[in-house]
Design a protein. Sequence first.
Length: 420
Amino acid sequence: MTATWSAAEAERHLLSIELFGMRFGLERMRRLTSALGRPQDSFRSVHVVGTNGKSSTTRMIAALLEAHGMRTGTFVSPHLLSYAERILIDGSELAGDSFGAAVQRAAHAAEMVRRTLGEGERVTQFEVLTAAAYDEFERAGIDVAVVEAGLGGRWDATNVIASSVQVLTNVDLEHQRWLGPTITDIAREKLAVVRDDSTLVVGRLHPDAAREARAVADERSTRLVEASADPIDDALRVRGAFQRENFAVARTAAAALFGELDPVRVRAVAETVRIPGRLELVDSDPPTYHDSAHNPSGMRALCDSLADVSAGRPIVAIVSVLDDKDAAAMLATLLPYCAHVIYCTNANPRTLPPGTLHSLGSQLRDGGAPPAEIEPDPLRALARARRRASELGGIVLATGSVYLLADLRRGEHSGEVSAL
């Protein structure tokens, strides 16, 4: 093998294979992990699936287990600035050299697998990243991996682990082209990760999803545990009522794996855990929040918590949405809470034109849609929103897509926002 890749070289490689897109099926992933020596067999695992709340719940589970003395590996997606954000050991992102080496090993294995595949078949970017995470987890000697599924569950690349605990946060209509047209169909695809004689922890579910969870648990002799609130959840410092629900699920899942948890340690985690990109306060003058709500149910959860952060102040929103999302439903939920809206694009090629968003929003005018404008550039949109919020004595909210948050975060790190 050549010299170890740097983090930048690993990023370039991952970007170069992004074009191959998404391909369902686990056979490539099985071959890939076999080429790496099946690293996923060396640790216990918790598998987190659901429509919303997966990343938050995954991070919370890992933090709770770490607080109880377990070495953890965490795999989440997507990221904001760097692919390295997706792989964590004991709560810390991989250092540049470690990340580069992990991706290099997975890429080398992927090249070996490619030679065994049919014409036109490729190992995908997500498969390489997942394999890199599992391989690094083995090398780090972790006790347990807490793994967030990408899309669905049944054919997701993460689903080569023999998890002893599975978590279903919630189920709503999403990715119907791939997961099916109904709540039951989508729940069935997510619940395909459930293993025989394991424990399934569920959050607050739609009745159809709850019925499917019970059926799967019975079929696979799996213990079904419904998360319930506890007064200790009120110690949670991250913003948003939805996060208290996520914490209750995480606490229940951690206990399912570890056993009885120490209330003092649980409270300490509640007071210190951080979740990037979920009602995250990124600036104080004016108060500016980032939230990655990217579907109607995520937007409902966000809006249920806006009163907590706005304290009655006007909300100026920057909104960008991808073209495979139900933007009309998202706007119908969000706009009544806003005093002003600025529509923009993001760096993802699937971003909806801001004019389309403006048109959708204007159709909701009878429902109280606020004044709106178009500024395609995300950083200029942010600068406008800050000026408007300062005039109104309000707050800024950027939402609709994690890719928008990534664009804004990159601009803030480079100093471009302050220069506008």
